[in-house]
Design a protein around this ligand. Sequence first.
Ligand SMILES: [Zn+2]
Length: 386
Amino acid sequence: MPELLDFCVTRTDGRARLGRLSTPHGAVQTPAFMPVGTSGAVKAVTHRDLLGVGAEIILANTYHLFLRPGDQLIASLGGLHRFVGWSGPILTDSGGYQVFSLGGRRTVSEDGVCFRSHIDGTEHLLSPERATEVQARLGADIAMAFDECTPYPVEKDEARRSMELTGRWARRSRDRFLELKGQGEGGAMTNGQQAQFGIVQGGVYPDLRAESVAEMLEIGFDGYAIGGLSVGEPTGLMHEVAGETTDRLPADRPRYLMGVGMPDDLVEMVGCGIDMFDCVLPTRNARNGQLFTRTGPINIKGARYASDERPLDSECTCYTCQHFSRAYLRHLYLAREITASTLNTLHNLHFYLDTMRRIGEAIMLGTFESFRQGFRQTYSRRPQSV
Ligand SMILES: [Zn+2]
């Protein structure tokens, strides 16, 4: 067995925890939010901007990089860190979620998922072994086991079938990972200290989630992720299932809630003991003109902002809020200036990372519960009309 990824919980407040995750490319303070850099870039911003808003770790999508420019090419250029020019920690997903999102363009079998590329229609197979090999070549600090993302709603029988398949795939992913690790760096593995997380599935059924956790623990991973949530189920149910599942995960390993979520989800889920998050919401919504503020999101295209000289959020210290008015941001958005995407993304990422910082501060001070109550009172998911 290789040495486990170094992770320590430095402080707890109720179920919320502060921690430190050490990777070959530096440490990450948890709870952490990982901006999504699909093809090796967080859309509309530079790595300098990401450092500026305090991002310590980014996520890249295996599916996209596997298809273009290809993991072999990236490995031959020294691996993902060197290729994209980001020297901090990187996590790659397994590609499972993306191939399942392809709908009719994929077929699932025991072996893996056969799919057609969204770029040129060519046919590919992504299996637990293949997804592990691709990620090993990319060389991120954290790789994910290949899983099947169970949709919602789904009958219990189907959720069980899917959860059991994910279990078998997790074992195959881990076996292949340990084999590659045994061959050492420079062979098939670009980053000899890569860690691998397992993914818990089971839909919204607590007993299936419990079985899935037991299986992942038996296989033994460096960290554990909760997948298959935020796929259309009601928010309350998502919180309930994620909370119950988190309680079953070992306290000494990082816990990662995949694809979540809205700002209030982050607060609630840290409150259940989650350490890591990723989500496309701050970046995707920025490009669609939806901007997050302390009281809730605003849609910048609204006519009410046409001559609004105020910054997006008067308390925000980001570059966008320090320099530009809502009126100007609305104008850039309507004029389809590409700068609109940049300024909006800077603000939304700053908002997300600042929310994580405030959460961390509250845990440090032992005031997380009052922070959570305050957040619930001031933040609304409904688009703001002020
Ligand atoms: Zn701002």
